[in-house]
Ligand binder design. Structure first.
Ligand code: ZN
Length: 268
């Protein structure tokens, strides 16, 4: 490695962890507290995989359910791709059982859980073929939510990004409010400039009141967590610690997005 490269690496090694530590604080300070009556708004939560709904929105779901709002969760993929050293058929069966347990822990009615069952890891193909968009249109039409909560086109995970793009296309101007929740962005700060460019002032939901139940819902996903996180995977094979710590911390954050311009930018 040349000297300038070495210097760059050392700088990255120092700067990136600092930004990663400071960014959540900055966003929390800059964010708006969600007014209490927002809890009564019905919502559709779109989760690329079983566990994303808990990680990104668990406390929000619990808050809305306890305020009497209808919450529908649609699991978009079948969860077959991970753990990638196990049989995908077994993974799908296990994840289905885990989503049932998590949904119950979140206080959801069975009739308000939707399994779209696209193959895990291949959501970009479903997006390109139009199958994902068609499925989203059907769910939106059935549920008619006030708010839609989903991952962003700028989430570094390809399934999460494909879902984000398809949802931006499916949610029409004048339709439900579209709110994007970050997941894998917490591990990759390079995703944030585009994320922030597209969004309005973020909304902050404090998790304190529902933290215990959110944690119980997360424990339903033992196939995705390592033993140190309360799951069954070998140490180091579960969620990255940065992501796990952030997504189980004191607040959830949502980025309101709505504009044809943002949609067009995501497709460029
Ligand atoms: Zn996911």
């Amino acid at each position: 490695m040349s000297a300038p490269d070495g210097l760059l690496e050392r700088l990255r090694g120092r700067v990136l962890p600092t930004v990663q530590a400071v960014l959540p604080l900055v966003l929390r300070i800059a964010g708006a507290r969600v007014p209490a009556d927002a809890r009564r708004r019905s919502c559709l939560v779109l989760a690329p995989h079983g566990d994303d709904e808990v990680l990104g929105c668990g406390a929000t779901i619990l808050a809305r359910r306890s305020a009497g709002a209808r919450v529908v969760v649609a699991y978009v993929t079948d969860g077959g791709a991970f753990p990638d050293w196990l049989d995908p058929v077994d993974n799908v069966a296990k994840r289905l059982a885990e989503t049932d347990s998590a949904a119950a822990a979140l206080g959801l009615d069975k009739s308000d859980v939707v399994q779209l069952a696209f193959p895990d890891g291949l959501l970009e193909s479903a997006e390109r073929s139009g199958a994902l968009g068609a499925a989203l249109e059907r769910v939106l039409s059935d549920v008619q939510p006030d708010d839609v909560l989903t991952t962003s086109p700028w989430d570094p995970h390809p399934d999460h990004a494909a879902l984000g793009r398809a949802v931006r296309s499916a949610v029409r101007p004048g339709g439900p409010r579209l709110l994007e929740y970050p997941i894998w962005q917490w591990e990759s700060i390079l995703a944030w400039p585009r994320m922030l460019r597209d969004a309005h002032r973020p909304e902050i939901v404090r998790t304190k009141e529902h933290r215990q139940r959110k944690s119980e819902a997360l424990m339903a996903y033992s196939s995705q967590l390592d033993v140190d996180q309360g799951g069954e995977l070998p140490p180091g094979k579960g969620l990255p610690p940065v992501l796990f710590d952030r997504l189980t911390s004191g607040y959830e954050i949502f980025f309101p997005v709505h504009s044809a311009a943002a949609d067009a930018r995501a497709r460029r």
